[in-house]
Design a protein around this ligand. Structure first.
Ligand code: HEM
Length: 144
C-alpha cells in the first residue's frame, strides 16, 4: 500500500506546485489591478486547498506507515543527520504549517466581503506557504 501512496505523494506536487504558484501570482496581480473576485478565482483557490489536503493525508500515512519519517526518530543521533532530520522533523512540520496557512487563507477569504481583501489574504498566505514548501521538499530524492 505504501508504494502506491509514495507514487501519489511524489506525483501530486507536479500538479500542486504549479497551481499554488499560479494562484499566488493571480491573487497578488489581481489585488494590484483592483479586479473583482470571480468564480474562476474561487475554483483556483479551492483546487489549491484540495491538492494540499490530499498531500497532507498521504504524507501523514506515509510518515507513520512508511520506511522514512517516524521510523527515523528512533535512530540514535538522527537530529545530527540532515537527511534523517529532514524526513523525521523538518519536512512534515513545515509542510503542515504551510498547509495550515493555505487553509487559513482560504477560509478567512471566504468570510471577507471586500474583493481586494480576499486577494491580499489569499495572495499573501499562499505566497508564504509556497516559500515554506519550496524550502523543505526533498529535492534530491524527488528529482532523482
Ligand atoms: C505541501 C505538502 C507536501 C509536499 C509538496 C510534499 C512533497 C514531497 C515530495 C516531493 C517528496 C519526495 C517524494 C519522492 O521521493 O519522490 C516527499 C516525501 C515524503 N513526504 Fe511529503 N510533501 C508534503 C507534505 C507532507 C506531510 C504533511 C507529511 C507528513 C506529515 C509528509 C511526509 C513525507 C514522507 C514520510 C516522505 C517520504 C516518503 C517515502 O519515500 O517513503 N509530506 N514529500
Amino acid at each position: 500500500m505504501t508504494t502506491g501512496l509514495q507514487h501519489l505523494h511524489s506525483f501530486i506536487p507536479y500538479l500542486f506546485l504549479p497551481i499554488l504558484l499560479l494562484s499566488t501570482v493571480t491573487f497578488l496581480v489581481k489585488f494590484l489591478g483592483k479586479n473583482s473576485f470571480t468564480k474562476g478565482d474561487k475554483i483556483l483557490g479551492l483546487s489549491t486547498l484540495i491538492l494540499s489536503h490530499l498531500q497532507l493525508v498521504f504524507g501523514l500515512i506515509l510518515y507513520f506507515a512508511g520506511s522514512k519519517g517516524f521510523t527515523f526518530t528512533k535512530i540514535e543521533g538522527f537530529m545530527k543527520d540532515p537527511e534523517l532530520r529532514l524526513y523525521a522533523i523538518e519536512h512534515p512540520s513545515i509542510m503542515i504549517l504551510a498547509i495550515g496557512l493555505i487553509t487559513f487563507g482560504y477560509s478567512k477569504a471566504k468570510r471577507l466581503t471586500r474583493d481586494s481583501k480576499k486577494f491580499t489574504t489569499l495572495g499573501l498566505s499562499f505566497l508564504i506557504a509556497l516559500i515554506l514548501i519550496l524550502s523543505r521538499i526533498p529535492w534530491d530524492a524527488w528529482l532523482a
